[in-house]
Write a protein that binds this ligand. Sequence first.
Ligand SMILES: *Cc1c(COP(=O)(O)O)cnc(C)c1O
Length: 355
Amino acid sequence: MKYNFYAGPAILPREVLEEASQAVLEFSGMGLSLLEISHRSKEFIAVMDEAVALVKELLHVSDDYAVLFLGGGASTQFAMGPMNLLDNSAKAAYTDTGTWASKAIKDAKLYGQVDVIASSKDKNYSYIPKGYTLDSSYSYLHITSNNTIFGTQYRQFPEVGVPLVCDMSSDIFSRTFDINKFDLIYAGAQKNMGPAGATLVIIKKSALGKVTREIPAMLDYTNHIESESMYNTPPVFSVYVSMLNLRWIKNMGGVVAIQKLNEDKAALLYNEITRNTLFYSPTQEEDRSFMNICFLLHNKDLEKEFLSECKKAGCVGLEGHRSVGGFRASVYNAMSIAGVQVLVDVMQEFEKTKS
Ligand SMILES: *Cc1c(COP(=O)(O)O)cnc(C)c1O
């Protein structure tokens, strides 16, 4: 058993993996694997319905919104969002807070005017830009709620008088928030929800039907809403395991309880990074991510040795992204506080042997 600190595909609860593995062998008493049944069977439709219902329940999503499970990853949403929400002659505001935000900006430019109204590129994306205002002529403001690579996160969402569109790939279901500020939320499953394959989309129905362009069928939210995420064959395994994971979150006490655990884990690790004389954090304190915790060694020459100590203790996936360097501990929902404590113990032992 390893402590999985990978940024994604990410850790899933053991009991979810066990139940998923059973369903691969035989699903719902059908004498068939989940992977070989029709997505239109009543058994799989029940899975999809429960997944959608759990998303609505856990995030308090009203009937003004549609909940979809699509293919293509969060990256497809970089284009699909503006294709459906931004008319050629209209403009959208974007904040540039890292690699994923930059990719979203690049694709949006294909569909309308895009104004990058704030960026933290000047300091290698180590903070969340704030203090801007917007006029109401923007169709939406796009933000990336958690910057998986750079380890920053919006603690509070901007109040700018236009609807928000948000890439929540790496922190959805990690904390509570008010869905009603958003026209569109999307998230690839494989960070904090389930295995790779499905992309969760929560779209405000009244935001649709306002663009004049023709939209290819697979990229039109309206088609997916009408066919309840069954316009084509959905990524059934990813939807099923995501559903099991959402059940797990509910059994843990819902997003409120999960948030408390995540805050405790993040506090434990950030406190150690601050206290430990060998390490430091590259991110501005008030914007630090509770999901992806970046940290560096003052003495870079010790990096390999520290990673090997982590591996010996069973902690894997701690290499930082090449654009930040150092280390990144991803502490998604399924990471236990005990797992974080093991990492903290390694850091403390390392300090003793090096100072
Ligand atoms: C991983 C990630 C993506 C890309 O997700 P795919 O599902 O692989 O396309 C987009 N945005 C954020 C914030 C991510 O962490």
